[in-house]
Design a binder for this molecule. Structure first.
Ligand SMILES: Nc1ncnc2c1ncn2[C@@H]1O[C@H](COP(=O)(O)OP(=O)(O)OP(=O)(O)O)[C@@H](O)[C@H]1O
Ligand SMILES: [Mg+2]
Length: 259
């Protein structure tokens, strides 16, 4: 098996990228895979307290998104977009880091920053799966749907296919309502089913939800990841990501056959 890169991305602050990436990295690590969690930073990233680096039982690193190319201001928008999507400097640096941290057969989970250049085609193209987190409010779900549509459009226009999932974050009692909102918005933004030919529930995967006490313990840098119940939920999450990713590919390939 070769190195697998899981991207967790989206554009709104506080979307749940860091938590989703941490849970997935923990689950993959518990599956016995050599796993590294990479936090993508950019020149404007604020310094932050990171309880994951000090508590997770696996290596955590930072890797900076490269500065944008200096392009002539009068360059056509289409050309600027094309150059930006072809910029492979971050993904090349990520491959080098992965080799150093987990060798040629490990898992890399990348907590992408919210910079618009983070989800470019060159980075997406190498991923085993892409997760766009969605928290509970309608605004957060709307942002997640925009992120999902952007990732799918980027693939469609360049003719490559990567499993693209929405990672939902909510307490169990409110998951059904969240899934209904999410499915509704996914259908509304894609009436002809171009970006998603199947049932929206097919691309939803549930992130383990931490209650208030566990969140407080995490921010206190206590070793929450040693809790067997949380470990079981992280493992189930990693398994669900693999299962949904396979189902996504099957759905898309069946749809391509029908067309
Ligand atoms: N799985 C979860 N269980 C419980 N709460 C969560 C979970 N995921 C996210 N949250 C809540 O959402 C907040 C923001 O999550 P997170 O820091 O992962 O977002 P982010 O997208 O990485 O934000 P930033 O833009 O600051 O990088 C957390 O501080 C936490 O309160
Ligand atoms: Mg974050």
């Amino acid at each position: 098996m070769a190195t697998r890169i899981y991207l967790v991305g989206g554009w709104n602050g506080g979307a749940g990228r860091t938590f989703t990436a941490a849970h997935l990295a923990c689950g993959l690590h518990l599956q016995g895979r050599r796993t590294v969690l990479v936090r993508q930073t950019h020149s404007g990233s604020p310094l932050m307290i990171d309880p994951f680096e000090t508590t997770l039982p696996l290596p955590c690193c930072e890797l900076r998104l490269t500065e944008p190319y200096m392009l002539p201001p009068d360059l056509a928008v289409g050309m600027t977009t094309m150059i930006h999507h072809a910029d492979a400097r971050f993904i090349s640096a990520l491959h080098k880091l992965a080799l150093a941290e987990v060798g040629s057969d490990g898992d890399v989970v990348v907590d992408l920053c919210s910079n618009e250049r983070a989800l470019n085609a060159a980075t997406l193209r190498d991923a085993a799966a892409i997760l766009v987190p969605a928290r509970e409010s309608v605004f957060e779900i709307d942002w997640a749907v925009r992120g999902f549509a952007h990732v799918r459009d980027t693939q469609r226009y360049r003719d490559f296919l990567i499993p693209t999932l929405v990672a939902t974050i909510a307490p169990d009692s409110r998951r059904a309502r969240q899934a209904a909102h999410l499915s509704g918005l996914l259908r509304d933004c894609d009436p002809d089913c171009d970006i998603l030919p199947g049932d929206p529930s097919e691309v939803i995967v549930q992130v383990p939800f931490l209650d208030e006490a566990t969140l407080a313990a995490l921010f206190d840098e206590r070793p929450i990841w040693q809790d067997p119940e949380l470990q079981a939920r992280c493992l189930a999450f990693a398994e669900a990501v693999a299962e949904r990713a396979n189902a996504f590919m099957t759905m898309m390939l069946e749809h391509a056959d029908e067309c």
